[in-house]
Design a protein around this ligand. Structure first.
Ligand SMILES: N[C@@H](CCC[C@H](N)C(=O)O)C(=O)O
Length: 281
């Protein structure tokens, strides 16, 4: 089976091509592969009835998830190379994604991430609330230093705080507190965005079940959607993450969010089984 180590803006992945055999990974196997590859997420590729490929995704702690923006670009690139095409349909548990090569750049890929889900029950939240600014405050009750994060589902749940100074924000302390907050029955990815201009933000994301990563693609989409809904941002926006830049377009014409960014192939090998993935290292 083919095995890849790739990253999208520094968000690191171990990708196993399980199309040749029935690949079923236990949470323990996922954790072991992720640890040995130093990956944030582990992905298996399977045959698809609806698209060119089916992509199954796990966080490095072993939980299965329906969406991952950065790995969608990586899988799109693998399939573009295999099929010698510039457009690929990727089936996920959250629906069908279309990946396209962007411009002439071999490794710049755009993915149509579909429409954001914005109703409270779609996030999901535990109770009815205006998702443009949900009722969470951090700090003293009469002078919170962070409050009213926007909530957005991009195939996975996100909440996004807009902060004055990202470097002064303790993402590693606040992230886990909010990740498991009782308002989020499925837990949540927690974004911290600093506005640099109406078309430009800096973003760090404490990812659900994976911790702080160098980039979160769905997090970047969610941050722009949340910023537009608060009238802080334009619909077309550059997002500076710790591992690079992503460009996000929340299209007015069809409500779809288009994410564009780079991918990098770090290593590739033929392995006998998932158990031999660590030997590759
Ligand atoms: N790195 C991702 C998101 C991965 C899933 C997330 N941790 C979750 O549990 O929802 C991205 O690029 O979108």
């Amino acid at each position: 089976m083919k095995y890849y180590q790739m990253n999208g803006c520094g968000n690191a992945f171990a990708i196993l091509d399980g199309r040749g055999e029935k690949l079923s990974l236990s949470p323990e196997a996922v954790r072991r592969i992720a640890k040995s590859a130093n990956a944030d997420q582990v992905v298996s590729l399977e045959h698809s009835m609806r698209g060119d490929i089916f992509m199954r995704i796990w966080n490095n702690t072993g939980s299965e998830v329906s969406a991952c923006g950065n790995v969608s670009r990586c899988v799109g690139w693998i399939m573009m190379r295999e099929r010698k095409r510039d457009t690929i349909k990727i089936e996920t548990e959250a629906g069908l994604l279309i990946a396209k090569r962007h411009g002439n750049g071999e490794t710049m890929i755009s993915v149509d991430m579909g429409s954001p889900l914005l109703k409270w029950e779609e996030i999901p939240l535990a109770e009815r609330m205006d998702t443009r600014g949900i009722d969470i405050k951090i700090g003293p009750i009469d002078a919170p230093y962070l409050q009213l994060p926007g909530a957005v589902n991009m195939g996975n749940p996100h909440c996004v705080f807009f902060v004055d100074d990202l470097d002064a924000t303790d993402v590693k302390a606040i992230g886990p507190l909010i990740e498991g907050h009782m308002l989020f029955p499925e837990k949540v990815n927690v974004g911290f965005a600093q506005i640099l201009g109406r078309d430009c933000i800096r973003l760090r994301v404490w990812e659900r079940d994976a911790g702080l990563t160098k980039a979160c693609g769905t997090g970047a989409c969610a941050a722009v959607v949340a910023g537009v809904r608060k009238n802080l941002l334009n619909r077309s926006c550059t997002v500076f993450v710790d591992g690079g830049d992503l460009h996000i377009d929340w299209r007015e014409s069809d409500d779809h969010v288009i994410m564009t960014g780079p991918i990098e192939l770090e290593r590739q090998a033929e392995i006998k089984s998932p158990a031999s993935a660590p030997l590759f290292k």
